[in-house]
Design a protein around this ligand. Structure first.
Ligand code: HEM
Length: 552
């Protein structure tokens, strides 16, 4: 009845479910359900002229319905509950209302790119801006319009201040910032991280580190030799992060072990886990993911101790040790430090890597934009020296390229799922405590009612200095870093790293595709939205007056 096909690859970007419990085949079979394959994320199609075409906002439902694909059919009640006006059951006194697509028909939002244009039902054309899916025993809610998101985070910010930790992270990752419940521990961790590491002065203090790593990467490139952009960027960001945190660039062996831990942990967070849909049987750990995550965490613990020993704690670790020693008001321990460091490397590497890979891909598809970036770089930096971080504020077009990339390819397309700590009413519908709330940023960023030509890569739209497009998510129209209390903690650092890497790559080299390679922009949907096929490019030396290889 079930036939194995590489459908899981398209959905989650992994070749197979590696940790297969006794129920492995059963779970895999459900991922490959033939009847539902049309609901899966389709990948980008080609235009008539052969250039890659982005998926339209109408395909946004694909993201949502992809959620429905991840459960075994027996458990998937799968209903998309409709509001009364769509024929759904009306709410009765005291009972939770069904969630439905018409909830926001009366709420209007205007578009910054097109002020005359208003969006009502906004981003999810098939099911509307608010919908619910019952997957297993857990209610999933997806918000797909700025109005819905604004009401949720304006009026119910506190209730939505918890992330919903995946079952496999149970023991291992609960000490860290991303999954820690909203409360004194989370506040302490966030406060110290921002104050000591990610404030303007904290970021400035380690600019030499970013400079060293980026220059080393650039000088290691050989003209004419193909490189996988993803690997190149991952290694650079990874070294920057470890340098910032431990004050040490790990030896090749330790780095490769740590990298495996990071990549495997990220992979596991994207694997559909039965325990997430049936929390009552989570203790059985049917897929062995919790056990595997625990093993990874133990491996990481050894590496953490090794790095700390090597340098007796420098970088952020040194600061955290001092805080631990002198400030007993802070309610965290060395375990929290350990969790926090893992968190920062995990949250920082894959996201920044994906953003740079997407930006390079888009620029390769859009020669006009590429030319404009080049001209800007040559005018500001010239040909006699390398880019420096202090050049970045003078590169507005490059900044617009980064913003447009994060619009079309938000690297965390549904944000980290939030879990209401109390039941609240949103647009007339009840969102129950303990449900799982996703914000469909991907759909909002492609809504034609909010963006002119939403599928076109047009960095110019960000050049008007419109405050609606800042990274704080205040207007709920542009939210690549999320919004509210759990907004990304590293917005400034990410901006710097992404722009600096792009500027250096594009200033030093011309890039071309290897012969026979086609440029395509298909996406793989997971916790991080990645390019389905890694981008491979060949650097060609530019007409510079400096020898890049002699720099480091
Ligand atoms: C392109 C780069 C990045 C993007 C697009 C991005 C995006 C996000 C998003 C969407 C969230 C969740 C917000 C929410 O749930 O509402 C988040 C949270 C977080 N990010 Fe980032 N991020 C990036 C880079 C980084 C980097 C470089 C670091 C670390 C140095 C980092 C650390 C974190 C942490 C710790 C959280 C959890 C914050 C909390 O729960 O309080 N991120 N990020």
């Amino acid at each position: 009845m079930w036939e194995a096909r590489p459908c899981t690859q398209r959905l989650w970007g992994h070749k197979r479910l590696r940790y297969e419990p006794p129920f492995g085949n059963w779970i895999r079979a459900s991922l490959i359900d033939d009847d539902r394959k049309n609901l899966s994320f389709k990948g980008n199609r080609l235009n008539q002229n052969g250039s890659p075409k982005h998926q339209s906002q109408e395909d946004a439902t694909g993201i949502v319905e992809t959620l429905a694909l991840i459960l075994p059919p027996v458990a998937r009640t799968g209903e998309v509950t409709r509001s009364p006006s769509d024929g759904g059951a009306a709410a009765e006194d005291g009972r939770p209302y069904p969630l439905g697509p018409s909830a926001f028909h009366s709420l209007e939002v205007s578009s910054p790119s097109n002020p005359n244009c208003t969006s009502t039902s906004a981003a999810s054309p098939t099911h509307g801006p608010v919908l619910s899916l019952r997957l297993g025993s857990k209610l999933h809610v997806v918000l797909s319009s700025p109005a819905a998101v604004r009401e949720a985070f304006k009026d119910h910010d506190e209730a939505l201040a918890n992330h919903d930790p995946p079952a496999c992270s149970a023991d291992a990752l609960r000490h860290n910032m991303v999954w820690c419940p909203h409360g004194p521990l989370w506040r302490s961790l966030r406060k110290v991280t921002v104050r000591e590491l990610l404030s303007v002065s904290g970021i400035e203090a380690v600019s030499h580190l970013r400079c060293r790593e980026v220059q080393q990467t650039v000088s290691g490139l050989r003209a004419g030799e193909p490189v996988a952009v993803r690997d190149l960027v991952f290694t650079t960001v990874f070294h920057v992060m470890t340098g910032m945190l431990w004050g040490v660039t790990p030896s090749d062996d330790a780095a490769s072990q740590f990298r495996k831990v990071i990549q495997e942990s990220i992979w596991m967070l994207s694997v559909p886990n039965v325990s997430d849909f049936f929390p009552k049987i989570a203790a059985l750990d049917l897929q062995g993911l919790s056990r595997r995550m625990k093993e990874l965490y133990e491996r990481y613990t050894l590496l953490f101790a090794k790095f700390a020993e090597e340098k007796h704690g420098e970088g952020f670790l040194k600061v955290m040790m001092q805080v631990l020693e002198k400030d007993d008001k802070e309610s965290f321990t060395l375990d929290n430090d350990k969790g926090l460091f893992l968190d920062l490397v995990m949250a920082g590497t894959d996201t920044s890597t994906s953003a740079v890979e997407w930006a390079m891909s888009e620029l390769m598809c859009n020669p006009e934009a590429m030319k404009r970036v080049r001209n800007e770089l040559d005018a500001v930096v010239g040909k006699g020296r390398l880019v420096e971080e202090s050049d970045l504020p003078k590169l507005p077009y490059l900044c617009a390229v980064m913003k447009e990339t994060l619009r079309l390819h938000p690297v965390i397309p549904l944000l980290v799922p939030h879990s209401p700590s109390s039941t609240f009413v949103l647009g007339g519908y009840t969102i129950p405590k303990g449900s799982k709330v996703f914000i469909n940023v991907w759909a909002i960023h492609r809504d034609p009612a909010l963006w002119e030509d939403p599928l076109q890569f047009r960095p110019e739209r960000f050049l008007q200095g419109n405050q609606n497009y800042d990274f704080r998510g205040n207007t709920c129209i542009y939210l690549p870093f999320g919004l509210g209390r759990r907004i990304c903690v590293a917005i400034s650092l990410s901006q710097r790293m992404i722009m600096y890497m792009l500027a250096s790559f594009l200033h030093c080299f011309d890039w071309e595709l290897p012969e026979g390679h086609e440029l395509e922009l298909s996406e793989v949907f997971g916790i991080v939205l990645k390019k389905a096929r890694p981008l491979v490019l060949i650097p060609r030396a530019r007409n510079h007056q400096l020898d890049i290889r002699t720099l480091c």
